[in-house]
Design a protein around this ligand. Structure first.
Ligand code: PGA
Length: 267
């Protein structure tokens, strides 16, 4: 496995009184190596602490990571019976069994293949009648749980720079809430729907502050369509104009990239 460590040396000044930290940025030669690293990272967390609380993402990026974790679970019997999972987000409104819902994604790719206790998997309910009340319920559920040990997140494509569905304008203190999706997010994500017109225009997402509450965070990004966002988030000014930039206020962030996603950092 070959990887290079990228050291950031700029923007070390405080953001509105919050201390800034330097994330560990790892650039792997291939997307598969990045996936393997991410899967091993999650596995080590569960090995070290079997009752880990995890925040997990959806979308194309973590797909291979889930495949690898399922394989590890089956081969080496990585016991996941004590973990708890809080998903980052879910569209609203959407049927839970819609082929493009995040509930379905998680069931099909991960949850139904491992031995997590069903009552320990949480995801916002896309079928809730009131998304604002559902956000309050989800936030409460997270607060009742022990703190998240590890949050696995992606970054939005193009210039969205979102984490979860915290679109541009999301403040540092945002918690679980209903949000309207950005035009650019809608343009990209509608391609994941068989009938693009079925994409919901809203979502329930963990907020920036919710994500930063996790003890550790790993961000995975692969491919050219993430290069701008990664560069903006980790070298540009911190603030709601690029919500992923708030990750630099967290002490333990690992950024796992392939060459394409990291290409603007290396030049
Ligand atoms: P992706 O998305 O995994 O679909 O690339 C990540 C995101 O939009 O946050």
């Amino acid at each position: 496995m070959s990887k290079e460590r990228f050291h950031l040396s700029i923007h070390k000044i405080d953001y509105e009184g919050h201390r800034l930290f330097t994330p560990e940025i790892l650039i792997f030669s291939t997307p598969t190596e990045a996936d393997q690293y991410a899967a091993a990272f999650v596995m080590e967390q569960i090995d070290r602490k079997p009752n880990s609380v995890l925040t997990l993402p959806t979308g194309p990026t973590p797909q291979k990571m889930y495949e690898m974790l399922v394989q590890i679970h089956k081969k080496q019997a990585l016991d996941m019976s004590h973990i708890s999972v809080f998903n980052l987000d879910e569209y609203w409104p959407i049927r839970r069994d819609h082929p493009s819902s995040y509930t379905r994604y998680m069931q099909d790719r991960f949850i139904s293949h491992i031995n997590i206790h069903p009552s320990n998997w949480h995801i916002p309910d896309g079928e809730a009648s009131d998304p604002y009340e559902e956000a309050i319920r989800y936030e409460k559920r997270m607060k009742q749980s022990p703190p998240v040990d590890l949050a696995v997140v992606g970054i939005g494509p193009g210039t969205t720079c979102h984490i979860g569905f915290n679109e541009k304008g999301s403040p540092l203190d945002s918690r679980v809430r209903y949000v309207s999706l950005d035009e650019e997010t809608l343009r990209t994500n509608r391609t994941f729907f068989d009938k693009p017109e079925e994409i919901p225009h809203g979502a329930i997402t963990q907020g920036v502050a919710t994500i930063l509450d996790a003890r550790k965070i790993i961000l995975i990004a692969k491919g050219k369509r993430k290069a701008w966002g990664v560069h903006r988030a980790f070298t540009g000014p911190i603030g709601p104009a690029a919500p992923a930039s708030f990750l630099r206020l967290h002490q333990q962030v690992t950024v796992v990239l392939d060459q394409d996603a990291g290409k603007l950092l290396s030049v």
